[in-house]
Design a protein around this ligand. Structure first.
Ligand SMILES: [Zn+2]
Length: 336
């Protein structure tokens, strides 16, 4: 089995998937029809053609248009269930799903509708596919601190259904420090905290996520390599990075996958993981990310196994479950 085939075969956790970013054009149009929403695209092909992004902002504009078809609890269920079925095919056995409540509440959709539909899909994934999952509520960083506080307040009646909070959307111009107080409140509530940093933004934003937000994981974080002291600190703390290679390629963070920093991150001793970010928009789910990265960088069998192991080390699961998953990984990675 080649390293790429091994990567596809191993059980894995996915820790950086925006569930709204798993909406395929076919499902967007099906939901638009079901809900009577008019889209500014003539059909599935026209929408797919519009996926030629040049940067994070041009992607976000289409991403928010796509999410506009989500109105009822069943829509959120259908979206997440479609993701879980694809994740199952890619041997994902644990998934931590980001969701953006503000994208929906701004359109008049109740946050309980959002969380209710996603939560029901998570229960189905466990029952039907044996996939464990967690929900992580993300604040949109281009909106204000005040709006983040209001979103947190609105979500508290559903506190038992999400394990953490994150920070996503347009990075440049919105440093982590903007949300220091709301993240402090989240930590008081016992929520895990993660943040997008160092995708397009500078290493200073990764420092900010660590020091101002006390982030337990950094989402993306690839630009840490510009700052050797930061790399050393991330290695010392063993702070996981949830890296998304095909997203980096599609959003022009790297020009070619052969230039992707994944191998350098591993060589630096960092707890890097592979993830799909917004798979419907960026050209592939978890195994596509793994296989293409492993082939482009010529990663070894040991590096592939380390990436899968890191995904469980970085998961927000209890220790007993972690040991069980690591044992499954070890069994699956043993040479025949
Ligand atoms: Zn992301």
């Amino acid at each position: 089995m080649s390293p790429a085939e091994l990567a596809a075969h191993l059980p894995k956790a996915e820790l950086h998937i925006h569930i709204e970013g798993s909406l395929e054009p076919e499902l967007i149009f099906a939901l638009a029809q079901r809900n009577g929403v008019k889209l500014p695209y003539h059909g599935v092909e026209a929408l797919r053609e519009a996926y030629a992004f040049t940067n994070l902002q041009s992607f976000l504009d289409i991403y928010y248009a796509g999410a506009s078809v989500l109105l009822h609890e069943v829509d959120f269920f259908d979206m997440a269930w479609a993701y879980f079925q694809r994740a199952y095919a890619d041997r994902v056995i644990h998934a931590e799903l980001f969701f953006d409540p503000q994208t929906h509440t701004a359109r008049g959709v109740d946050i309980g509708v959002v969380i209710g539909g996603l939560q029901r899909a998570c229960e189905w994934a466990q029952a039907e596919l044996g996939i464990s999952s967690r929900l992580i509520l993300c604040f949109l960083r281009h909106l204000s601190e005040e709006e983040a506080f209001a979103t947190l307040e609105a979500a508290l009646p559903y506190r038992q259904h999400f394990v953490g909070v994150g920070l996503d959307s347009s990075e440049l111009g919105h440093p982590p420090s903007k949300f220091s107080r709301v993240f402090a409140r989240c930590r008081e509530l016992g929520l895990h905290v993660v943040a997008h940093a160092g995708e397009e933004g500078p290493p200073a934003y990764i420092w900010g996520a660590l020091d101002d937000l006390k982030a337990e994981r950094i989402d993306h974080g690839v630009r840490c390599l510009d700052d050797p002291a930061l790399v050393a600190e991330l290695a010392r703390r063993r702070t996981p990075l949830t890296v998304c290679p095909l997203s980096n390629l599609k959003l022009c963070v790297v020009k070619d996958l052969r230039e992707h920093p994944m191998k350098r991150l591993l060589d630096a001793g960092l707890c890097a993981t592979v993830n799909s970010d917004d798979p419907a928009y960026f050209g592939g789910y978890l195994n596509a990310n793994f296989v293409q990265t492993v082939e482009a960088l010529g990663l070894s069998r040991e590096e592939v196994i380390a990436l899968a192991r890191n995904s469980f080390e970085a998961s927000f699961i209890d220790e007993e479950t972690r040991q069980r998953y690591l044992a499954r990984l070890e069994a699956a990675s043993a040479p025949p």
